[in-house]
Design a protein around this ligand. Structure first.
Ligand code: ADP
Length: 254
C-alpha cells in the first residue's frame, strides 16, 4: 500500500511540475524561435552574437529542466544513501523557481557545513517539492518559501536521539487551524478543491521521514504561516570518494 501511495503521489507531483515546466518550456522555445527569426534579418555581428548567446542559454536551461524531470520519474524503489543535503536541494533551485508562481520566492538558508543524511535522494527531492507546492498553495497572494537546513548535535528527545539535520520548509501563508493540523498526515485528507489536492503529500512526507529513521514536526499559526520540520539522522558515511564527486559536480554545474 505504501508503495502504491508513493507512486500515486509521485505521479501527482510530476503532474503538478510538468504544468509549470511546460509553460516555461514554451517561453524558452519562444526565445529560441524568435531569436532565429531575428538572426535571419540581423547583419550586425555584435547583435548576432548576443542573439545567439541568448538562444544557447535558453536551450541549456531547457535541457537542465528535462534532466531534472527525468531524474524524478526514473526512480522506483527507495534507495537510501549518504546524501549531501545542501547540494541535493540546492540543485533544485531552478526547478522550484520555475514550477512555482512568479509571486512566490524561494530562499535557501544552509550553513557552510551542513551534515550529510542517509536518505533516498530522489525521494528527498520529491518531499521538498511537495512541501513547496503546499507552501505555494497556502500563499494565494504570494510570499516567501524558506528552505532551511540546520545541524542539531546530540539531541536527547523522546523520539529522536543523537545528531540530526533539521530541514524546514517555511512559508508566510494562511497557516492551519488545530483541527486541520491534527489530520494532515492522514492519507487522502485534503482541504483543497476536487482535482487540486490528493491529500497524499504530507502522508508521503511522514512516510519518508519515519522510513529514514527521523521524524516530522509542524508549527503553524493562522494568518502567520507554517513551518514543516524534517528531522533526519546524520550520516557519517559520506565516503571521501563521494565527497570528491560532489565537489566535482559543484564546480562543473553551469
Ligand atoms: P494536499 O496538498 O493534496 O491537500 P497534503 O497531505 O499535502 O495534501 O496536505 C493536506 C492538507 O494540509 C492540505 O489540504 C492543507 O489544508 C494543509 N496544508 C498542508 N501544507 C500546508 C501549508 N504549508 N499551509 C497551510 N496548510 C497546509
Amino acid at each position: 500500500v505504501e508503495e502504491t501511495l508513493r507512486q500515486a503521489q509521485k505521479i501527482e507531483a510530476i503532474g503538478q511540475l510538468t504544468g509549470g515546466v511546460a509553460h516555461d518550456f514554451n517561453n524558452l522555445l519562444m526565445v529560441i524561435s524568435g531569436g532565429l527569426d531575428m538572426l535571419d534579418r540581423q547583419t550586425d555581428p555584435g547583435r548576432r552574437r548576443r542573439l545567439m548567446d541568448g538562444m544557447i542559454q535558453a536551450a541549456q536551461r531547457g535541457a537542465s529542466l528535462t534532466k531534472q524531470l527525468l531524474a524524478f520519474s526514473r526512480r522506483q524503489t527507495l534507495r537510501p544513501e549518504p546524501v549531501d543535503v545542501a547540494t541535493q536541494i540546492g540543485g533544485m533551485r531552478e526547478l522550484l523557481d520555475r514550477s512555482l508562481r512568479g509571486d512566490v520566492h524561494v530562499e535557501f538558508d544552509f550553513p557552510d557545513q551542513l551534515w550529510a543524511v542517509e536518505v533516498d535522494p530522489g525521494e528527498l527531492e520529491l518531499v521538498i517539492l511537495n512541501l513547496a507546492v503546499n507552501a505555494r498553495d497556502a500563499m494565494p497572494n504570494g510570499g516567501t518559501i524558506t528552505v532551511r537546513g540546520e545541524n542539531l548535535p546530540d539531541l536527547r528527545e523522546e523520539d529522536i536521539a543523537g545528531d540530526y539535520v533539521r530541514l524546514s520548509v517555511i512559508d508566510t501563508g494562511v497557516g492551519m487551524s488545530p483541527e486541520i493540523l491534527s489530520r494532515v498526515f492522514e492519507p487522502f485528507f485534503t482541504t483543497k478543491d476536487v482535482g487540486k489536492g490528493s491529500g497524499l503529500g504530507l502522508a508521503q512526507v511522514h512516510g519518508f521521514a519515519t522510513q529514514s529513521r527521523g521524524t516530522v514536526r509542524i508549527k503553524s499559526q493562522i494568518g502567520q504561516g507554517t513551518s514543516i520540520e524534517l528531522y533526519l539522522p546524520r550520516s557519517r558515511n559520506l565516503a571521501s570518494k563521494q565527497r570528491h564527486l560532489i565537489e566535482l559536480n559543484r564546480t562543473t554545474r553551469p
